[in-house]
Design a protein around this ligand. Structure first.
Ligand SMILES: Nc1nc(=O)c2c([nH]1)NC[C@@H]1CN(c3ccc(C(=O)N[C@@H](CCC(=O)O)C(=O)O)cc3)CN21
Ligand SMILES: CC(C)C(=O)C(=O)O
Ligand SMILES: [Mg+2]
Length: 272
């Protein structure tokens, strides 16, 4: 069964809303560098997220909090050089938008101007409404992010599923409506019950892209290193692995090591 559609020459924020209307699911992955982004884009992935998960995956930090705006711009520049079709969304990192709306806009402008990205993503609902509005009023497309918002990990205490209780579920529903109303083009919903996520997706006209949010939403996102099996110690239930690159790469490195040690590499044909 082939459901791959690459009919959008370039994916825009408008194409994503069209996809939702036409019932075509949106496929999104992260990328943080040129070589990976080139492969992801070439495979017809609709949206590439330059996620602040780069803080974990690229830099080895425990959380997403340490990564800076300058570092996010560096990753975004590398990704932008690689892509021909995908829409590129960049996370505003922790500390670059929470202080006040003017700072939020300045950070978003830096990302757009210095990297050439197509949109930004911010974590939160009502609390950051004024910041979202200011960025949107400047003509910068915004993707929302609700549910498990990893920049608030020290508030939550754990990476466990969010919005299981009525009060948090109600807030999530009203936040989703708010983001739609002020003009966000899509929302990421992370680690919330599938039933609630489906309800949210059905209650708004903009696409809801899930990670650990079930199959009733309008698209899915995964961290590319997770789905490739490179982060083999990271094992949340929502993760499906499409390759075991940890094993493949280890094999390749061991073979290379052996070939060098055994003087097998380089051969006569591999030298001048
Ligand atoms: N490699 C990577 N993949 C991600 O998906 C990701 C990052 N990094 N960094 C930023 C955030 C953090 N995210 C996370 C982190 C942990 C879980 C998680 O579910 N962890 C454990 C424990 C949960 C618990 O305490 O109940 C799990 O097994 O489910 C999910 C998403 C998603 N993002
Ligand atoms: C997990 C996704 C949604 C994200 O925000 C990231 O990779 O930073
Ligand atoms: Mg993120």
């Amino acid at each position: 069964m082939s459901v791959a559609k690459k009919e959008y020459k370039r994916v825009t924020t408008k194409s994503l809303v069209d996809m939702k209307q036409n019932g075509e699911k949106i496929a999104m992955l992260t990328a943080y560098d040129y070589s990976m982004a080139k492969i992801v884009d070439g495979a017809g992935i609709d949206v590439i997220l330059v996620g602040d998960s780069a803080s974990n995956v690229m830099a080895g930090h425990e959380t997403t909090l340490p990564i800076t705006l300058d570092q996010m711009i560096y990753h975004a520049q590398s990704v932008i050089r690689a892509i021909h079709r995908a829409l590129v969304v960049v996370d505003l990192p922790f500390g670059s938008y929470q202080s006040d709306p003017k700072e939020a806009l300045r950070s978003a402008i830096r990302i757009m101007k210095e990297s050439g990205a197509h949109a930004v993503k911010l974590e939160g609902g009502k609390e950051i409404k004024e910041s979202l509005k200011r960025i949107l009023h400047a003509g910068i497309p915004v993707m929302g992010h609700l549910g498990l918002t990893p920049q608030s990990i020290y508030k939550f205490g754990t990476y466990t599923v969010r919005a299981k209780e009525e009060a948090e579920a109600e807030k999530l529903k009203s936040d989703a409506k708010l983001l739609e109303k002020i003009g966000c083009f899509a929302i990421v919903l992370e680690k919330v019950p599938a039933k609630l996520a489906k309800e949210v997706a059905e209650s708004i006209s903009i696409p809801v892209i899930g990670i650990g949010a079930g199959n009733g939403v309008d698209g899915q996102v995964l961290v590319v290193h997770d789905m490739l099996g490179m982060t083999h110690e990271f094992n949340p239930r929502f993760l499906r692995r499409y390759a075991d690159l940890h094993a493949e790469m280890t094999k390749a490195f061991e073979n290379y090591r052996d070939d060098v040690k055994n003087r097998d590499f380089p051969s006569d044909q591999e030298q001048y």
